[in-house]
Structure formats: structure tokens, C-alpha cells
Design a protein around this ligand. Structure first.
Ligand SMILES: [Zn+2]
Length: 348
């Protein structure tokens, strides 16, 4: 019974419809860095030198990000079949949806301690590298119920949560498919399964095609959201570097805007993001030092559809030259509601 039948056709430029009754929440509380997406090209750990993520962007020749569980960088995890999050050890892992525990134990030397939940309608979720279990085989669990603790079991890798979604046994992507070309995922078109608003977000990573940086002094670090973060030393007066996040928005209307501030390098107390929307430029001062791997709300703004709106940031912070670093990481734009075209009819 499609109790959640839910059409968001046209929202992402491709036909995205959730068929048949599953909505997921994040498998943890709070905010942690997303460190690897599903590779839509070959989600079977085949290293083909080509990664395609949910928004349709392709990655080639990714630099080595030095995070031990990938060969080619976090946003560029060739062949990955799941979404990874940088959960520290012993963080509660939560059921993404209600269901029955159909596996609880050692999955393999690759995945370590793992739990599988059957949600019905052909959907299953896997949670891997766990340190401890809170549920047993055949337990019925509720959405958001703690099922275990995060760890690093399986291989010798940093702590993280490997969160895998399968539909009729095939790998699928809970972020769906936003590309304006055909989804290369072998099992077919992925649909966005998140029930917490993530389906209505456009995330612009600092390595996205929609991120534009200018000037000099740029450096980077692996410990950012998505793939990397960009950083540059601050300047007291005129800027020497600046950047714009310029998303291709699906509709004219209001969006809430958030900036991801990573735990490292973001040391300026005076980052001035400028949001450019239909009403003009809106400066928002953020003390980056106050945040640690968090999405920071910059306010809500009225954008055009297309690529006219943007968020701007530069390294002129007013602080003494080189006394801190300005961090440029992901920006996300969240639509307030599902866009529903309204056709007015005159009834005779
Ligand atoms: Zn993984």
C-alpha cells in the first residue's frame, strides 16, 4: 500500500517519484560530515576511475584525500555502494525507518559488525563497522530507535558509519538522482528516500561544478563536508581571494540557506557571507570558530530559478593579516516546501 506515495516530479529536473512506502531519517542524531556518496556508475567496488554522485556530477582523477578507507578521496570513493558519515566511535546509531532486524553480527572482514533492517516494500538498510549491538535478530525496531554504536570494525580504518540502502537486493541511493541525464545506477533510477527535508536540498560542495573560486592563497583539506574544504588565510583590509556558490535552483521562491563549517581550519571570527537574491545583497556575519562540523543557518531568501542567485565569501575579515583562516565548505539551499504547480480552473 503506497501510504507515502509522493510525487515530486520536476523538482530536480528529472522524474523523481518514491514508489511504495519508505521514508528514511538520518541514522544518527545531530550533524556529522558526509564523507562518501554512492557511486552511481559502479556501486560494486569496481575501480573504474569514474565516480558519479547523486547530483549527476562526475569525478575523474580525484586526489588522494588520505582518509584510509578510500583510495581516492571521500567524495570520490570509486565503486562505493553506500553513504558514509564521519561518526566518532561509540556514537548511537539509529534505525533509519521501522522494520525487522534480519541480520545482526559479523558481515565480513570488509564490513565488520553490521545490522540489516527489513523495512518492507523491498527496502533494506545496512549499518556497518559497528562497535556494539543494541538489538537482536528478528527484533522489531521503531524509526529512530538506537540499534548499536558506531565503530571501526572490519578492515583497519577510521571510525565511520557505512549506511547502505538496498531495494529488492540492489544498491540504491537514498539521495535519489538529480542529474539532468540518465541515472547510470545499474538497478535503475534512484529515488530520494529522505523524509527529513534532504530531498528538497541542493547541496553545493566546494568541489562542485557550481563552486567558483578566484584569487590567490588557496589551500584545502580532506576534513570537510562531502569531499574537501577550501581555506585561505584572512586579510585585514582588501580581499585576495573570494568564491561564489551558485546553484541551479529548480524554482523561484524562498529557500533556507546553510553553510557547513568544519571542525578544523575555520578560525576566523568574522566570516562575512553575502547572500545575493531577488532583493539584493544580504551580508551575514559568522564566527566560524564557534562551529564544529555543523550546518549554520544563514537565513531564508527569495531566489530566482536558475543560476542568478549565489552566496559569496571572501577573506577580508578585518582581523590582522594571517591571524586566522577563512573556510569555504559546502552551502545548501533548502526549499521550504514541495513545489506544486497550481492550475486555476474556471468552472462553468
Ligand atoms: Zn562505506
Amino acid at each position: 500500500m503506497p501510504a507515502f506515495a509522493f510525487a515530486v516530479s520536476g523538482l530536480f529536473g528529472s522524474n523523481v517519484e518514491a514508489q511504495g512506502g519508505i521514508r528514511l531519517r538520518q541514522p544518527f542524531a545531530g550533524t556529522y560530515r558526509l564523507t562518501a556518496y554512492v557511486d552511481h556508475r559502479s556501486p560494486d567496488y569496481t575501480y573504474d576511475g569514474n565516480v558519479v554522485v547523486y547530483n549527476g556530477e562526475e569525478r575523474l582523477n580525484c586526489p588522494d584525500c588520505g582518509e584510509a578507507w578510500t583510495n581516492q578521496g571521500t567524495y570520490c570513493y570509486d565503486g562505493h555502494n553506500a553513504t558514509d558519515y564521519a561518526l566518532p566511535g561509540n556514537t548511537p546509531v539509529l534505525a533509519a525507518a521501522s522494520g525487522r532486524v534480519t541480520f545482526s553480527g559479523w558481515r565480513s572482514t570488509y564490513y565488520g559488525n553490521s545490522i540489516r533492517i527489513d523495512h518492507g516494500n523491498g527496502y533494506e538498510t545496512w549499518y556497518s563497522h559497528l562497535a556494539a549491538f543494541s538489538v537482536n535478530l528478528n527484533d522489531i525496531v521503531a524509526t529512530g530507535q538506537q540499534i548499536g554504536l558506531s565503530g571501526n570494525t572490519g578492515q583497519n580504518q577510521p571510525y565511520h558509519l557505512h549506511f547502505e540502502v538496498r531495494h529488492n537486493g540492489d544498491v540504491t541511493d537514498p539521495f535519489g538522482w538529480q542529474g539532468n541525464w540518465s541515472d547510470p545506477l545499474p538497478s535503475g533510477l534512484a529515488v530520494c528516500l529522505w523524509g527529513d527535508g534532504q530531498c528538497f536540498e541542493i547541496v553545493v560542495e566546494d568541489e562542485s561544478d557550481w563552486f567558483y573560486k578566484y584569487g590567490t592563497g588557496w589551500d584545502w583539506d580532506c576534513r570537510g563536508n562531502g569531499w574537501t574544504m577550501r581555506r585561505v588565510a584572512n586579510r585585514q583590509t582588501s580581499e585576495s581571494a573570494y568564491a561564489r556558490w551558485r546553484p541551479d535552483l529548480p524554482h523561484t521562491g524562498p529557500y533556507a540557506v546553510f553553510a557547513f563549517v568544519p571542525a578544523v581550519h575555520a578560525t576566523t571570527t568574522n566570516a562575512e557571507y553575502v547572500v545575493h537574491d531577488r532583493d539584493g545583497d544580504h551580508p551575514v556575519l559568522i564566527n566560524q570558530l564557534n562551529y564544529s562540523d555543523e550546518w549554520v543557518y544563514l537565513g531564508s531568501y527569495n531566489f530566482w530559478d536558475g543560476i542568478l542567485g549565489y552566496v559569496y565569501l571572501d577573506n577580508a575579515t578585518g582581523e590582522a593579516n594571517g591571524s586566522g583562516e577563512v573556510c569555504f565548505d559546502s552551502i545548501k539551499f533548502r526549499q521550504f516546501r514541495v513545489y506544486i504547480p497550481i492550475a486555476l480552473k474556471n468552472y462553468p
